[in-house]
Design a protein around this ligand. Structure first.
Ligand SMILES: [Zn+2]
Length: 281
């Protein structure tokens, strides 16, 4: 562990853990998890969190003066909320429009919800330092195949539509780690607006699991990484949904579990919609 001990004091309660040499996992008061990958020439930061404190100071301490880029695993409020501190941010093309939905009011609402879901183990509302995003950062669309060249480390981008249409995963072959955002989660949320059908999500899981060059999936929101076996179990839960007959007119949210891995989904969005099928052709 080479993280400066003083970091915690200077940066209040951001919990920084080195998960591989010069790869840091930053817990944002149990609201979100961000990653900072420091290479020999430059660094890559994955996600800027909900934005409740001086996260830029955390990054600048960890990157030791090296230039760095910020990329979002997807556009949800707990990944894009802290964008006010950054001038330019890379984001999946199909999530470009979601990012601005992470308004100050929505960020506050998210904290309130998480306080209950986390049994009050995340930041107190009154302690969060939040301000309105004055000037939106420049959003740069990033596509599959793009490589962030950090010098001794190359980080490859993979599109992973599912949890949102513009989700991205990031592979460091030299570390054998896939940073998977919210694409793999033991409790996968597929009922939110901007999610794809389960059919499309299942195809993404297949695609990411077929990629060689990693042993661990590091998701946002978890304390520990997932293995490929965990990933396959999530895919099996998606298969279970696809095999089931659904009442497409039922306006409700279902949960399907297999071996402790669950997906929360909408029965009216299991298969691709007709217009989505046409788009694909
Ligand atoms: Zn999300």
């Amino acid at each position: 562990m080479s993280v400066d001990k003083s970091l915690k004091i200077q940066l209040t309660d951001y919990d920084v853990k080195e998960i591989a040499p010069k790869i840091y996992k930053i817990n944002e008061y149990n609201l979100s998890t961000m990653f900072v990958i420091v290479g020999s020439e430059r660094a890559l930061c994955i996600d800027c969190g909900t934005g409740v404190g001086d996260y830029k100071a955390v990054i600048e301490k960890l990157t030791e003066g090296k230039p760095y880029d910020m990329v979002l695993s997807h556009g949800h409020v707990d990944h894009a909320g802290g964008r006010e501190q950054f001038e330019r941010i890379f984001v999946g093309e199909k999530d470009l429009n979601i990012v601005k939905e992470a308004t100050l009011a929505y960020r506050r609402f998210y904290i309130l919800v998480m306080r209950y879901l986390m049994f009050f183990k995340c930041i107190k509302f009154k302690d969060a330092i939040m301000k309105k995003v004055g000037k939106e950062p420049e959003l740069i669309p990033v596509k599959e195949g793009f490589v962030f060249d950090l010098g001794d480390r190359k980080i490859e981008v993979f599109e992973s539509p599912g949890h949102t249409e513009g989700c991205l995963c990031f592979l460091s072959r030299s570390d054998k780690i896939m940073f998977s955002g919210d694409t793999f989660n033991p409790l996968e949320l597929m009922f939110l607006a901007h999610a794809t059908s389960i059919e499309e999500y299942r195809e993404t899981l297949n695609k990411i699991l077929a990629i060689e060059g990693y042993d661990l999936l590091w998701p946002s929101h978890l304390k520990d990484p997932l293995t490929r076996k965990d990933g396959e179990a999530i895919a099996a839960a998606a298969d279970k949904i696809l095999k089931q007959k659904h009442n497409f007119f039922l306006p409700s949210i279902f949960i399907k579990s297999k071996n402790g891995y669950s997906i929360i989904y909408r029965p009216d969005h299991v298969r691709r919609k007709k217009k989505e099928r046409k788009k694909q052709l």
